[in-house]
Design a protein. Structure first.
Length: 79
């Protein structure tokens, strides 16, 4: 009625986890000077944008001034 499944030896499963290929991948090409310069320029641009956004956003993140310290208009001075 039911077919009996053949058990897989545990050593076979363990060997499949530690299997290493004997084929070595080709060596990576070294980046040229222009590629390195362009990557660093892009990185600096991203960092400068984040710093600029933080600097421009700091006034919005600071707590609001209380009304007692707010600047008064000329009309309040009676001019």
């Amino acid at each position: 009625m039911f077919r009996r499944r053949e058990s897989v030896p545990f050593s076979f499963v363990a060997e499949s986890d530690r299997f290493r290929s004997n084929v070595t991948p080709p060596p990576r090409e070294r980046a040229s000077v222009s590629q390195l310069a362009s990557r660093s320029l892009v990185g600096l641009t991203v960092v400068a944008g984040l710093v600029g956004a933080l600097v421009l956003g700091m006034p919005a993140l600071s707590p609001a001034q209380s009304p007692a310290h707010a600047e008064q208009t000329e009309a309040a001075h009676g001019h």
